[in-house]
Design a protein around this ligand. Structure first.
Ligand SMILES: NC(=O)c1ccc[n+]([C@@H]2O[C@H](COP(=O)([O-])OP(=O)(O)OC[C@H]3O[C@@H](n4cnc5c(N)ncnc54)[C@H](O)[C@@H]3O)[C@@H](O)[C@H]2O)c1
Length: 247
């Protein structure tokens, strides 16, 4: 039986590319997203076309009962087979840094930070039952040196994920679960709603003179989830074309 990875934010962008990459590498996939299922049925079909048993779950990671229900459904559909979790779902804000309302702060922290904790809380026990596995959480370059084109609440949330990912590594090591984080620079997805001039500025800020495509992040996620990364846990991998070269 193939291992199963739970992927949040799977309807589009980085998470969809993660599902495609995992399918190509022999995983089955539990695709989770807040969007209405009919809107991303095509994405699920594409992943199935790569040979995976891909199933879709409409889940709001900002809401505990919704996450609990999805975890129960995934457990029922793939009993004893959940070996991976890719925490990719997230939201961004372009509010001028420092101008965020209390509501916007609460929404960002609830979805980006608590949402990731929630999903992990419900999925890690399934991984433990399956004998262990890997968690990968998507942070951001913003957490490494401050965002230049996103709000403070986004940077704060993404910085929190780096610490939380390390703590997951400590919490779940005894159950054979590794936890790592990826901090991507700009990636060409629907979230990157910049004009061409901004894109050009960011492209020039990388050593490699390019903006990532979702597949660049997906291959790193698949590696960290694989047995080839069996000795890697509590790490943060920068995937940013050399835009940031700090520690
Ligand atoms: N695109 C970039 O430049 C970039 C850079 C660094 C980090 N990231 C991070 O990568 C992740 C994916 O980004 P992307 O560019 O693919 O974004 P995207 O907006 O294209 O996709 C995000 C997905 O998450 C889903 N989602 C949002 N809120 C949700 C919720 N409450 N419950 C479940 N699903 C929800 C959306 O429906 C969407 O399908 C995000 O966490 C983002 O912060 C993106």
């Amino acid at each position: 039986m193939k291992p199963v990875c739970v992927v949040t934010g799977a309807a589009q962008g980085i998470a969809f590319a993660v599902c495609q990459e995992l399918a190509a590498q022999g995983w089955d996939v539990a695709m989770c997203d807040v969007q209405e299922l009919s809107k991303w049925a095509g994405a699920v079909e594409e992943v199935r076309g790569l040979g995976a048993d891909a199933r879709a779950y409409q889940v709001d990671i900002g809401n505990s009962p919704s996450v609990a229900a999805a975890a129960a459904a995934i457990d029922k559909d793939f009993p004893g087979r959940v070996k991976g979790l890719a925490n990719v779902a997230g939201i961004v804000s372009r509010t001028t840094p420092g101008e965020e309302s209390d509501d916007e702060w609460a929404r960002h922290l609830n979805i980006n930070v608590v949402g990731t904790a929630r999903v992990t809380k419900f999925i890690a026990p399934l991984m433990a039952q399956a004998g262990g596995g890997g968690i990968v959480t998507i942070s951001s370059l913003a957490a490494r040196f401050g965002a230049e084109a996103a709000a403070l609440c986004y940077t704060a949330a993404k910085a929190a994920l780096i610490g939380m990912s390390k703590q997951f590594a400590k919490m779940y090591a005894k159950q054979g679960i590794r936890s790592n984080c990826i901090a991507p620079g700009p990636v060409q997805t629907p979230m990157l709603d910049w004009d061409e001039a901004t894109r050009e500025r960011f492209r020039n800020a990388t050593l490699l003179k390019r903006i990532a495509v979702p597949e660049d992040i997906a291959s790193a996620v698949a590696f960290l989830l694989s047995d080839k990364a069996r000795h890697i846990t509590a790490a943060t991998l920068d995937v940013n074309g050399g835009q940031y070269v700090g520690s």
